[in-house]
Write a protein that binds this ligand. Structure first.
Ligand code: ZN
Length: 271
């Protein structure tokens, strides 16, 4: 691992919330959802790190500095590469039970072999197989963690991936992971859109019921208004009307569709 501290941009957003940002396009230019937002939530006795990033530069020393002597929990919001490749730095990592198998073994990133970016040599040195955390623990819907003066609740949000989770805090924040953000959307195949829409409806209702006021997505802009959820819901519904305009993007094995909202572009899995 390199020691370039410039790699991460660290911001103190609130007394108890740090945002550690990493640009993922440095791995392959096809990824445009810069930056990735890694959140560090601090309770009085326990801190929670939400995702571990691309695994290119040491993250743990930065986290250790910020949490002082607090206990640390590490969650993966889901198991796409940009959220988990730093797992090996941490002894134990929590992930939703639907994706525990994926992060329990070395993670294959051989699809980066042809990247024009020099940084992938770091993955090449590891034969494009990135080692996992020592211990994987599982999360399920409605699990609650007490961080000390602050509770977080796990909400299972399948769609973007089978084990995607969001977190609701007792301070009325919703961490939306890759389930909702403004930017390029990676969607499952068209037949599975109902699940994506069900998840978004569930979150829209939760926001109303629990008076959620701030959304913290794992990519690009934060915090967002809850309008993000309805914007995305309506955008995905509208894909049906734009289906004939799709083009193929082989790198993602996906169909690409642009709407003219300026908010989203959609990659819809062919597999
Ligand atoms: Zn993802």
């Amino acid at each position: 691992m390199s020691n370039n501290k410039q790699h991460f941009k660290i911001s103190k957003h609130k007394d108890y919330l740090f945002v550690i940002q990493e640009n993922i396009s440095i791995v392959h230019p096809v990824y445009t959802n810069d930056p990735l937002n890694i959140y560090l939530i601090l309770g009085s006795h326990t801190a929670l790190l939400l995702d571990t990033g691309c695994g290119l530069y040491p993250l743990k020393p930065i986290v250790d500095d910020l949490i002082d002597k607090k206990k640390l929990l590490v969650f993966n919001t889901h198991t796409h590469w940009d959220h988990i490749l730093g797992n090996v730095e941490f002894g134990e990592v929590y992930v939703h039970e639907n994706e525990a198998d994926i992060v329990s073994k070395p993670y294959d990133v051989s699809y980066f072999k042809d990247s024009p970016n020099e940084i992938v040599k770091y993955y090449a040195e590891q034969n494009f197989l990135i080692p996992p955390a020592k211990l994987i623990k599982t999360l399920k819907d409605r699990d609650i963690f007490d961080l000390g003066g602050l509770e977080v609740e796990v909400i299972h949000c399948p769609g973007h991936s089978p084990g995607s989770i969001c977190l609701i805090t007792s301070n009325n924040e919703l961490f939306t992971s890759d389930v909702a953000y403004y930017g390029d959307q990676f969607l499952p195949k068209r037949e599975d859109f109902p699940q994506v829409l069900d998840t978004l409806s569930k979150l829209i209702k939760l926001c109303e019921k629990q008076k959620i006021i701030e959304l913290y997505p794992s990519h690009r802009k934060y915090p967002c208004d809850k309008l993000l959820l309805t914007d995305l819901y309506n955008g995905i519904k509208n894909i049906e009307n734009l289906w004939e305009s799709k083009t193929s993007l082989d790198f993602f094995h996906a169909w690409e569709i642009n709407d003219d909202s300026g908010k989203f572009r959609y990659f819809i899995s062919k597999m």
